[in-house]
Design a protein around this ligand. Structure first.
Ligand code: ZN
Ligand code: ZN
Ligand code: ZN
Length: 239
């Protein structure tokens, strides 16, 4: 099976991808922009985009790394599986072959630098193609991505419903608060429109009015006089 060339072959990085931002054209694992298909998945609460190899590598417990059976939340029974000592991937015991003696390591953990789940074959014309094994790996990755996005839809739907309920409660509270304000405003208007009993009385003088000022001035004068008389006494004593 021939694969179409990747839609994103440019090697120039946009500021977003250069800064490590999540982009649907760049694999979030190996940063490849030439991965034919980018799968989307929600991992640890964040929407991410991965090439086929990196998607499989980031979901070790979701499939058998040898036959690419997708477990769909029900891995094989403990008696019929073997877990990888390094990444906790789950392999059918019959797929592990001679390697199942502990400590078992899955194929990518046995060769972390050289192994790839999905390395398309390049034919003599330079076209990339897939054999049966690669198509099984690709199909498995697509199933994992579909399952992950389906769970994400369920999660975001319940989030939207919860936020909708919160918004309705907030709206009700805001309306009640507005009604209270209108009632208080009504009361204030009524109080202003009533004729005041003490309207014609002269306003009381504040301490800062003339009376208070005079008092302050006189006490300052007394203090000045006291100071002067004490200095006179002091001069007399010196004599
Ligand atoms: Zn990748
Ligand atoms: Zn298997
Ligand atoms: Zn492993």
């Amino acid at each position: 099976m021939n694969l179409p060339s990747s839609t994103a072959t440019s090697t120039s990085e946009s500021p977003d991808t250069a800064a490590g931002a999540i982009s649907p054209e760049t694999c979030g694992g190996c940063k490849s922009q030439d991965s034919w298909v980018i799968h989307s998945a929600r991992l640890r609460g964040i929407l991410r985009f991965y090439c086929t190899h990196c998607l499989l590598r980031n979901h070790p417990a979701s499939f058998c790394p040898t036959c690419f059976a997708f477990y769909d939340s029900s891995p094989p029974h403990q008696s019929r599986r073997v877990s990888c000592n390094d990444c906790n991937s789950v392999t059918h015991i019959h797929c592990a072959g001679d390697a199942k003696s502990p400590p078992y390591r899955c194929p990518p953990c046995r060769d972390p630098d050289g192994f790839s789940f999905f390395r398309p074959i390049v034919d003599e014309n330079g076209a990339r193609c897939m054999d049966k094994a690669l198509s099984e790996a690709f199909l498995c990755a697509a199933k994992i991505a579909a399952s992950s996005m389906s769970k994400a839809v369920t999660f975001f739907r319940s989030e939207a419903e919860r936020k909708g309920k919160d918004a309705a409660v907030a709206k009700k509270r805001a309306r009640e608060a507005l009604e209270d304000v209108l009632k208080l405003d009504e009361k204030a208007k009524l109080a202003v429109s009533k004729p005041s009993e003490n309207r014609d009385q002269k306003p009381k003088q504040s301490p800062a009015s003339n009376g208070g000022l005079k008092q302050i001035e006189s006490s300052a004068a007394t203090a000045q006089v006291k100071k002067q008389s004490s200095s006179v006494v002091q001069v007399k004593q010196e004599k």
